[in-house]
Design a protein around this ligand. Structure first.
Ligand SMILES: NC(=O)c1ccc[n+]([C@@H]2O[C@H](COP(=O)([O-])OP(=O)(O)OC[C@H]3O[C@@H](n4cnc5c(N)ncnc54)[C@H](OP(=O)(O)O)[C@@H]3O)[C@@H](O)[C@H]2O)c1
Length: 257
């Protein structure tokens, strides 16, 4: 039985990083599913995303958006309290927040380009904010209901797979995210026997994040956000609590830590 068939009632979903790129495509794909009651869509500037606002218009009452910086713990706490007031359980938490190059964060090519501000900002967005998100949403995840937590990591976060070097802060912060999720998967197994926590690699996807780095990517290896969203939801559909704590790619292949 697919994960989508295990629910007795339509499900509540939260997508973080929903204003563009893969997160936005996931919102669209989820809203097309009759099993989804409501999608909560979060980004720092969700209200400024014309595409997200268009989706909200097409699905009145099924898409609720919020401007929220998940690196702001007080704001996260308030949002989690708001969710607890309106629903007992969250069934699917998808976190697509990530940064490779923005502000102080850069995709370093050499040690000489590594600096503290970049490392800190990268770890804050790619690893620390996601685990704080999980911490504050835990009351909605614990219980016995089928629930999945999937966060977008990156294959370059694999230590075993690192043959090219470079991208120090992005690689290390995604490796940290993977360790945090693996650790959370063990705790969550005790708090909800029907929970599954996954790190997912979406593949190289044509988004704002990857655009400066697409020059050498062959066309057939550059995916559209809609394709990736469909693939990731297919991966999730086949996952059970026995898979919790694993790292998978868009094609469901396991990735070594
Ligand atoms: N694209 C790729 O090729 C690729 C490959 C491997 C892994 N990934 C991973 O996949 C994930 C999604 O990537 P993407 O390419 O879709 O990225 P993207 O196009 O840059 O989208 C990122 C989304 O996250 C939101 N966001 C950023 N910081 C936030 C914060 N602090 N709080 C709340 N929302 C925040 C952004 O909206 P606002 O600016 O409005 O906040 C945006 O909606 C990332 O984790 C990335 O590392 C991507």
């Amino acid at each position: 039985m697919s994960w989508w068939q295990q629910h007795s009632q339509p499900i509540e979903v939260l997508v973080c990083g929903a204003s563009r790129g893969i997160g936005l495509a996931l919102c669209a794909a989820l809203l097309a599913k009759p099993q989804v009651a409501r999608v909560w869509a979060v980004a720092r500037q969700a209200g400024q995303s014309a595409e997200l606002q268009r989706l909200a218009g097409q699905h009145p009452g099924r898409l609720c958006w919020r401007d929220l910086d998940i690196a702001d713990e007080a704001a996260l706490q308030a949002f989690a309290a708001e969710l607890r007031d309106v629903m007992p359980h969250l069934h699917l938490l998808l976190n697509c927040v990530g940064v490779l190059q923005e502000g102080p964060v850069h995709a370093e090519k050499s040690l000489a380009q590594v600096d503290l501000a970049g490392l800190q900002a990268s770890f804050l967005r790619n690893a620390f904010a996601p685990v704080l998100l999980l911490k504050h949403l835990l009351p909605l995840l614990r219980g016995r209901h089928p629930c999945q937590v999937a966060m977008l990591s990156a294959r370059v976060g694999s230590i075993a797979d690192n043959r090219l070097g470079g991208w120090y802060s992005y690689r290390a912060s995604k490796a940290a995210l993977n360790q945090l999720l693996r650790t959370a998967s063990i705790e969550l197994a005790r708090l909800n026997p029907n929970a599954c926590v996954l790190s997912l690699h979406p593949g190289t996807t044509d988004t704002e994040l990857s655009r400066p780095f697409q020059a050498n990517v062959p066309n057939e290896q550059l995916f559209s956000p809609a394709f990736v969203a469909a693939r990731l939801l297919a991966v999730l559909a086949s996952k059970t609590p026995a898979d919790s704590g694993s790292f998978r790619a868009w094609d469901d292949q396991p990735i070594p830590w």
